[in-house]
Design a protein around this ligand. Structure first.
Ligand SMILES: O=C(O)CCC(=O)C(=O)O
Ligand SMILES: [Fe+2]
Length: 272
């Protein structure tokens, strides 16, 4: 009897949510409802990362994967750098992952500002990307209001190229273009990678790996050192999606293209 009542209630809630505008109103009215504890917030700022369950459901995760499989950038030239840029522009599932209400609530709790998703990248296999901090690509003023939310679209283990990261490294001083290049520009990126490699060695940093289950997110603070570890099992995929977020009330610029007081402002395209 109790379970019949419960399933009627669930059905009623589902029907209500399908009315146009109700879902959005619900999300809006619940935007300040906490999804993590004060201790977890403190832990995130101490470590520079956390694992979070956005409660996505398999169907949306599988749909996001299906939506990128026919893209030419994946079908015609698959390599470790392969990625689909801004899949949210054509995939409802990718956009839903980027705008997931639990993630938005989490980020509001972590930063006390409204999060603004601005970019999605979908990876079919491990990136094997060298260790870096996203602050070389995206920075805010005031600094630090940027983060990455990396969602496992399938189970990740040590064989299919998990994220590598260095706990606590978000507290290291920022590495900016002036430290390693004669001027701004992406052509200096290989030098940046060498600088970071040396930093990791000199500080004797110990890596960890984001071995997480399908549907879970790995959230990193803007200056956390991270990259893609070796994708050992070439027969497997590593479907994943990263969404980058800025926060409201900040100026946004690209450090790699900035230099000597000049800031390369690049207004992001917000995902909405
Ligand atoms: O997925 C990866 O292996 C690395 C992704 C990354 O570093 C990023 O998107 O900022
Ligand atoms: Fe990154």
């Amino acid at each position: 009897m109790a379970s019949t009542t419960l399933s009627f209630r669930r059905m009623g809630a589902r029907t209500l949510r399908s009315i146009p505008g109700v879902r959005e109103w619900l999300a809006f009215s619940q935007r300040h409802v906490p999804v993590i504890s004060e201790e977890q917030i403190a832990q995130y700022h101490a470590d520079g990362y956390m694992v979070f369950d956005p409660m996505l459901g398999d169907s949306i995760v599988d749909q996001a994967v299906a939506d990128i499989l026919n893209r030419p950038e994946i079908k015609d030239d698959l390599h470790h750098g392969s990625r689909v840029f801004d899949g949210w522009t054509f995939s409802k599932a990718i956009k839903e992952i980027a705008l997931n209400q639990r993630v938005l609530r989490l980020l509001r709790q972590l930063y006390y500002r409204q999060p603004l998703p601005f970019q999605t990248l979908n990876f079919p296999i491990g990136t094997e990307q060298k260790v870096h901090s996203d602050t070389i690509h995206f920075q805010s003023d005031p600094p630090g209001y940027m983060c990455g939310v990396w969602t496992a679209l399938e189970d990740i283990d040590m064989e299919n190229g998990p994220l590598i990261y260095y706990p606590g490294s978000h507290k290291l001083p920022l590495v900016i273009t002036e430290h390693f290049a004669p001027g701004p520009g992406f052509e200096h990126y290989p030098t940046y990678e060498k600088v970071i490699e040396k930093l990791v060695k000199d500080r004797n940093l110990t890596p960890k790996y984001a071995v997480i289950k399908k549907g879970l997110c790995f959230v990193w603070s803007s200056n956390l050192l991270h990259g893609g570890s070796v994708h050992r099992d070439k027969g497997r995929t590593r479907h994943s999606q990263v969404t980058h977020y800025f926060f409201e009330g900040c100026q946004h610029y690209r450090p790699m293209d900035s230099y000597g007081g000049y800031r390369h402002l690049k207004p992001p395209t917000w995902i909405r």
